[in-house]
Design a protein around this ligand. Structure first.
Ligand code: GDP
Ligand code: MG
Length: 597
């Protein structure tokens, strides 16, 4: 295809504003997929994505479209994830295309992820076509939302396209705008091959599939190619495009997006942002790379049944093959036995991986509270990275501790602003900015990531009845008065319940935790002290009193079946417990104890 007849674009939107529905309509109206094969949300392929209605992995599709000028165009759409955890994938896939459709729900207006995503598009120098979606709804207010796009984002929205992705209004206009308003890619056919590695994932039949954008030159089946970052050479088994099913084609030329397979064993061997060239007569100038996504949230994953440890290892290794942004190493916990310390891009990423292990591999898990990475500055001048509060070095060797901070942007209707400010303040936030966009306030806070990873988003949703939107980016590390708080049950520290807290909040947090644990741990035949401590000093204490009688005593030995039922129930309850010293701790305690209300 000549460059002038190619358009590469992405769709950026806040979650639920209709990105996937619009993609479906574009695919359907161009007969890319036969109607009988059309299912909703063509591009969201993983089960979890479908169930939660979110897109996790970026997906692409190639659409052929005959425009009003009578010419046939090739439109390549990259669908990007909408969630804040995956901002990194958004920014890198933007570099593979020249334009974006900016979809805004005309009943809602600009939200936090609209802003975050459109900034990625602007960073990648995209031409942007605003699309006002859901105009079929009575609450649609296109004029107001267009004005808001101009005010808040600062791009011209006077010729925004008015669309209903649901009913199909404006789809034709959208396709025309892609052809007439977005630029064609550039590139040179007879230059040495230069292809950008946009994404890669593992397929159980084909091995690693690599999504590439050809910048210069031509890629053919059978070519010998070199990955410039590590110098490895591979033989190309197949190349093709997504329609959206994988379809093999003979060549990929400049400006095109497609896939290759080359008997690559692991996703880890393919670096996103790498440049692929030919082994012979290749280019010597690599494209500017991206820096790899770093896990920011860590937690322990332990099998409920310790006999399933090897199964868990197997599951984690398999998942890691397809997700290079997820890290893991073995961990042993006195409380929980053998497990893994895993690193994730954010909480959603954590939940997705945990769900997949439980669901696809059928392993019950205990997840310990998520934590961030602290920089521990030692008195001898070295810096240690702390991924697990349980590993906190002896304080006498520690000079100071630094924690990661974020810049959070929250958009919220006026009436909830007070609650949002209070929440941010409670989480040690420092207000940086407060402006208005229509009837919405936009607040920017500098917050410790630690205060956000656990339940901030849930709390934000609950205090604003779901009306707030939220996005964040990491800004750097800063010193603060942080301490490790240990929890002792029956005088023994439970390592999996250790947390890092701010000195000033330790007592309140500690008291809340021991109170919660007192409710969560069942009574035993003896009394159990539950304490929170910093170093050797106890800062909060509760005592769980001893159970007086056998639970079956009240059955008077009369009703045998009732007695058996009770005992069975107790046994089932036991299975979900972890014995710690002489005390059984239910698995939910490891998460619930840390929730702040
Ligand atoms: P995404 O999160 O941006 O991918 O949003 P989806 O495409 O999943 O859409 C979110 C919800 O809005 C779904 O329930 C869609 O059916 C609905 N939706 C999308 N477009 C329209 C539209 O034009 N009109 C109406 N009424 N609903 C829409
Ligand atoms: Mg979607």
């Amino acid at each position: 295809t000549p460059l002038s007849h190619i358009r590469n674009f992405s769709i950026v939107a806040h979650i639920d504003h209709g990105k996937s529905t619009l993609a479906d309509r574009l695919i359907q109206s161009t007969n890319t997929v036969a109607d009988r094969d059309m299912k909703e949300q063509m591009l969201d392929s993983m089960d979890i994505e479908r169930e939660r209605g979110i897109t996790i992995k970026a997906q692409t599709v190639r659409i052929n479209y005959v425009a009003d000028d009578g010419e046939e165009y090739v439109l390549n759409l990259i669908d990007t994830p909408g969630h804040v955890d995956f901002a990194y994938e958004v920014s890198r896939s933007m570099r593979a295309v020249e334009g974006s459709l900016l979809v805004v729900d005309s009943t809602q207006g600009v939200e936090a992820q609209t802003l975050a995503n459109v900034y990625h598009a602007l960073d990648a120098d995209h031409e942007i076509v605003p699309v006002l979606n859901k105009i079929d709804l009575p609450a649609a207010d296109c004029d107001r939302v267009a004005e808001q796009i101009e005010d808040v984002i600062g791009i011209d929205a006077s010729d925004a396209i008015r669309v209903s992705a649901k009913t199909g209004i404006g789809i034709k206009e959208t396709l025309e705008a892609i052809v007439t308003r977005l630029p064609a890619p550039t590139g040179t056919l007879d230059a040495p091959l230069k292809a950008m590695l946009v994404d890669s994932w593992y397929d159980s039949y084909l091995g690693v599939i690599v999504l590439v954008r050809i910048m210069d030159g031509q890629l053919k089946k059978g070519d010998r190619i070199r990955f410039m970052q590590n110098g490895t050479v591979h033989h190309v088994d197949r190349i093709g495009v997504f329609r959206p099913a994988m379809t093999e084609i003979a060549t990929l030329g400049p400006g095109e997006l497609g896939f290759l397979t080359a008997s690559i064993k692991q996703v880890r061997d393919t670096r996103v942002g790498d440049t692929i060239t030919h082994e012979k007569r290749g280019t010597d100038k690599a494209l500017p790379g991206f820096k790899p996504a770093q896990p920011v949230v860590f937690c322990g994953l332990f099998p409920v049944d310790s006999a399933e440890f090897e199964d868990l290892r197997d599951a984690i290794e398999k998942l890691a093959l397809n997700d290079a942004s997820f890290s893991f190493e073995m961990e042993t916990s006195a409380a929980l036995g053998f497990g893994f310390r895993c690193g994730f891009l954010g909480l959603l990423h954590l939940e997705v991986i945990r769900d997949r292990i439980e669901r696809e591999y059928d392993i019950d898990l205990i997840t310990t509270a998520p934590s961030v990475i602290y920089d521990i500055h030692m008195k001898d001048g070295t810096v240690q990275q702390l991924h697990n509060p349980a590993d906190m070095p002896d304080l006498t060797y520690v000079d100071h501790i630094q924690e990661p901070r974020i810049k959070a942007t929250i958009l919220v209707p006026d009436e909830f602003l007070g609650d949002v400010l209070k929440l941010c303040q409670d989480r040690r936030g420092i207000q940086e900015n407060l402006t208005y966009a229509g009837s919405r306030a936009m607040v920017v806070y500098d917050l410790p990531l630690n205060e956000v990873v656990f339940d901030f988003y849930d709390r934000l949703k609950s205090v604003t009845k779901g009306y707030a939107s939220f996005d964040y980016q990491m800004t750097g590390y800063r010193q603060d008065a942080l301490v490790k708080m240990s929890i002792l049950v029956n005088d023994e520290p439970v390592d999996a319940l250790s947390t890092m807290v701010h000195r000033d909040r330790a007592e309140t947090r500690g008291r809340a935790m021991v109170e919660k644990l007192k409710d969560l741990i069942p009574r035993h035949m003896f009394k159990i002290p539950i304490q929170a401590a910093i170093g050797g000093k106890v800062i909060a204490r509760e005592t769980l009193s001893a159970m007086r009688k056998d639970v079956t005593a009240k059955c008077y030995g009369g009703d045998a079946s009732r007695k058996r039922k009770l005992l069975d129930k107790q046994k089932a309850g036991k299975k979900k417990m972890r014995q710690f010293g002489k005390v059984d701790i239910p698995q939910e305690a490891f998460i619930s104890a840390l929730k702040m209300d």
